[in-house]
Design a protein around this ligand. Structure first.
Ligand code: NDP
Length: 282
């Protein structure tokens, strides 16, 4: 039986610390504030937004929603980003991606100030992830993986890690962050020749492919820690991870559930990044 690495205690511990830091900022006359910029009404965006607002309110981060219609012109989007950049009362901005128009998305990410980019979408933020220096923040989900490992006392140092997925949202930044913490990282993707073997070799597997049940019994072995980042909605409307929990859980040492695993930590990391941005503005 594996240890189940639930996200809720991690988020609760983070929130406790964040409440103290938000109070200190308010004492210094600063109301830490997040702008949420959403285009359209994608149900997964709306669900995440509601969870983010709830978490922020709980820890004392104020939220301003900037909502644009699905059909909005690129100029309207860029104008909204420019206003957020120019508003000294806003410390962080969450820009929902993917946007309906990928070119507009690239332009918005290029325009957003890295200092306010609390979800790692700008080149400045990604450069900070890769160099360890500069403004910006890693994507919240990538950071959530690290927070989860830290909370449960699992050090990546000296471990072999397989990261399944190489997107800029999760796979690549989490691989780089784990490497910075002295892990030896193998990045796997859709062209990896023998995914099961690459995963079995690892001490820690981070599954971030967006393929329900991709990591099955053939990919796991005793003693492993498995972080399942995948959120896949089935035809019946239920959530499934990238890992076959029923096959992996009896074998591995520790595993995150889906839902209530990595995803439950992400909004707490978002609030943490807003507070860090506000603290930097002092
Ligand atoms: P993308 O679709 O952008 O990237 C998926 C990656 O997985 C790609 O690099 C792709 O490889 C790789 N991949 C796809 N199929 C396979 C396969 N059969 N074998 C090996 N690798 C494969 O997805 P994201 O990175 O944006 O998201 C990944 C998952 O994380 C999704 O389920 C998403 O819903 C979830 N997610 C969870 C969050 C959370 O808070 N828990 C937040 C954000 C996302 P290639 O590059 O070769 O195409």
């Amino acid at each position: 039986m594996a240890e189940i690495l639930k996200g809720a205690p991690v988020a609760a511990a983070l929130s406790e610390e964040l409440i103290r830091r938000a109070a200190a900022l308010r004492g210094a006359g600063i109301l830490p504030t997040l702008a949420i910029l959403r285009v359209g009404e994608r149900p997964d965006d709306v669900a995440y937004e509601n969870a983010a607002v709830k978490r922020c309110e709980k820890v004392g981060v104020s939220v301003r929603r900037v909502l644009l219609p699905h059909s909005c012109a690129r100029e309207a989007l860029l104008d909204a980003v420019a206003r957020i950049n120019d508003d000294p009362a806003i410390h962080g901005c969450l820009l929902f991606r993917p946007l309906p128009d990928r070119e507009s998305e690239a332009a918005a990410c290029a325009l957003l100030s890295p200092e306010k980019d609390v979800d790692g979408c700008t080149a400045g933020s990604l450069a900070a992830v890769f160099t360890g220096k500069g403004p910006g923040f890693p994507p919240c989900t990538a950071q959530a993986c690290l927070e989860l490992l830290d909370y449960y006392g699992i050090s990546p140092a000296g471990k072999r890690v397989a990261v399944v997925g190489r997107s800029l949202v999760i796979g690549r930044p989490v691989a780089m962050m784990l490497q910075s913490r002295d892990a030896t990282v193998t990045m796997c993707h859709s062209k990896t020749a023998d995914l099961a073997a690459a995963c079995r070799e690892a001490d820690i597997v981070v599954a971030a492919a967006g393929q329900a049940g991709l990591i099955d019994a053939s990919c796991v072995r005793a003693g492993q820690v498995v972080l399942d980042v995948g959120i896949n909605v089935t035809a019946e409307g239920t959530l499934r991870g990238d890992v076959r929990f029923d096959e992996a859980e009896p074998v591995v040492k520790a595993i995150t559930p889906v839902p209530a695993g990595v995803g439950a930590v992400t909004t707490a990391v978002l609030a943490k990044h807003v507070l860090q941005a506000a603290e930097r503005s002092l």
